[in-house]
Structures are given as structure tokens and as C-alpha cells.
Write a protein that binds this ligand. Structure first.
Ligand code: SAM
Length: 287
């Protein structure tokens, strides 16, 4: 329920502030309040954040926090907050921590009992998901696929194995534009050419585009017309497993029940076939 009394940045605490993913006007009023109220704004690239702050007339002291110095800086920053400093954390774009720095600082702050709050706002994965036309939940945000071909294929195979074990979710990936075509090809090869998918690029910017189609069509399209700018790749949920013929299911159950209880045998066969456990158990009862 809406509540007008928005919590101000805690004194002696950390506020995670989401920033635009392209359109610099996508800044909630409360984000500006939090940035103004902060003693220091922690950011990845001070030039990127300075540009955003200048656009909105916010004067703030900027402090660089990135993957290379976060672990070491976390201890010092937590101490500052314990002494009363109000810190805000932003990334170059979108929601901090989501494929961006900040997790180690948040973990350290929580461990030290320092208050952590946030101002929600833009996030490329969620916007892409809602524009994709693919089922919005459950979804699995997988971040970036590995850049190297073998590691990427292994990661896609791991996701396929999870699907084989019952995962049925829309998959969401971040990707660098120059790797979009090869990533789509790896997803097609590992998950199947007919899977519904989407490529969302340049969201909230002038050349915003969402391509929708099968993995095969999108992979081919990315070769013919390489997507420029920032991209999110999405793959619709794995189709439900095909039920084995009744006689085959019965044979599997009979074999499992030679060594297991009816309940365990049903669970075992459900896992092996991907069928709902309830359905397999009901069949085991009938037999
Ligand atoms: N923290 C950010 C967020 O909340 O969305 C993500 C940062 S991650 C380092 C950058 C990746 O996000 C890009 O490689 C791209 O996959 C995706 N991305 C960021 N901005 C985007 C945009 N405007 N359109 C599409 N994808 C975007």
C-alpha cells in the first residue's frame, strides 16, 4: 500500500539508489532526495554519475567504488557509517548490485548491523522481461553468460540440465552487443531452436527495439542485422516434458517399486520423467 512518509536515508547507513538505464530523466524524486542527503555518493565511474547529478542539479561528494577496490573499501566505509555517515550507492546504470558492484559492501554493512535501505528504479532485466511477451514469472535472472565459447556452452548445458530436472522459468541474460549473436547461437544449440525468445536493446533510449521470435530466428537475425547498443536476451520457459506412454511409465514404476516404497518410487520416476510427482503417485496407487 502507498505510504507518503518515505523513509529518508538513514543517518549512519547505506541507501542503494537506482539510476537511469539510458534516459536520464528516469530518476524518481526520492532518488534525488537520497543523493542530496548523502555525505558521499559511492559510484562506479565518477564521470558518469557527475553527468547525471549535473543534469538534476544535485551537488554531491563522489567516491569511486568498483569491483577492484570494493572488498578493501568496504571495511572503511562500514566504519564511516558506524560513525554516522549517510552513504548512497549508485552504479553507472540501473539498480546497484544487479551485475554491478555493491554486494560486498551491502553484506559487510548488514554483518555490522548498519541500516541498509534503497530507492527502487530502473533495471534493464525487469523492463526487458515485461516487454518481451514471455511469461513474466517465474523467471531466472542469470546475469552475463561466460564470454569464452566452451564456458558459455557449459553454462547453457547446466541450465538445460536444470530444465531437465524440472526448472520451468523464463531465462534472462545480460550480454555485450558484440557477443549477442554468438550468445543466441549458443542458447539455440543448447536449449533448442524452437524455444520462444526475445532480444531487447537500447531500452528507454532513442533506438529502443524488442525482437521476438524463436531462438533460431533471433540467432539468424542477429547475424544478418547485428543488434547495436545494450542488449538483454530472454528465453521462454522449457516446454513441459512429454509424458511417456502409459506402459513405459508403468514399467518404470514397477521396477522402482522392487527396491523402494511406493512414495519413493513415485518421486524417483517423477524426477526421471519430469512428470508431476502427484500424477506419478496416483498411477502407482492405481497399479
Ligand atoms: N545494474 C544494471 C541494471 O539494473 O539493469 C545492469 C548493469 S550491467 C553491467 C549492464 C548490462 O545491462 C548491459 O550489458 C545490458 O545487458 C543491460 N542493459 C543496461 N542498460 C540497458 C538498456 N538500456 N537496454 C538494454 N539492456 C541494457
Amino acid at each position: 500500500m502507498a505510504d507518503d512518509a518515505s523513509p529518508h536515508p538513514p543517518s549512519g547507513g547505506l541507501t542503494l539508489v537506482a539510476t537511469p538505464i539510458g534516459n536520464l530523466d528516469d530518476v524518481p524524486a526520492r532518488a534525488l532526495q537520497a543523493l542530496r542527503a548523502a555525505d558521499s555518493v559511492l559510484c562506479e565511474d565518477t564521470r558518469v554519475t557527475a553527468k547525471l547529478l549535473a543534469r538534476h542539479g544535485v551537488a554531491a561528494r563522489l567516491h569511486a567504488l568498483h569491483d577492484h577496490n570494493e572488498e578493501a573499501e568496504a571495511v572503511r566505509l562500514v566504519k564511516r557509517m558506524q560513525e554516522g555517515a549517510r552513504l548512497a550507492l549508485v552504479s553507472d546504470a540501473g539498480t546497484p548490485l544487479v551485475s554491478d558492484p555493491g554486494f560486498r559492501l551491502v553484506r559487510a554493512a548488514i554483518a555490522a548491523g548498519v541500516p541498509v535501505t534503497g530507492v527502487p528504479g530502473p533495471n534493464a532485466a525487469l523492463l526487458a522481461l515485461t516487454l518481451s511477451g514471455l511469461p513474466p514469472h517465474p523467471f531466472l535472472f542469470a546475469g552475463f553468460l561466460p564470454a569464452r565459447e566452451a564456458a558459455r556452452a557449459a553454462e547453457v548445458a547446466r541450465l538445460r540440465a536444470l530444465e531437465g530436472a524440472g526448472l520451468s522459468a523464463t531465462l534472462v541474460f545480460y550480454e555485450a552487443p558484440h557477443r549477442a549473436a554468438e550468445a543466441l547461437a549458443a542458447l539455440r544449440d543448447g536449449l533448442g531452436p524452437a524455444r520462444p525468445a526475445a532480444l531487447a536493446r537500447e531500452l528507454t533510449k532513442t533506438f529502443e527495439e524488442v525482437r521476438r521470435g524463436t531462438l533460431d530466428a533471433l540467432a539468424e537475425g542477429a547475424l544478418a542485422d547485428p543488434p547495436r547498443g545494450e542488449v538483454v536476451l530472454l528465453v521462454g520457459p522449457a516446454p513441459p516434458p512429454e509424458a511417456p506412454p502409459e506402459a513405459e511409465l508403468d514399467a518404470l514404476l514397477r521396477r522402482a517399486m522392487e527396491t523402494m516404497s511406493r512414495r519413493d518410487a513415485a518421486a524417483h520416476v517423477a524426477a526421471a520423467t519430469g512428470l508431476p510427482r502427484k500424477q506419478v503417485y496416483a498411477r502407482a496407487l492405481e497399479m
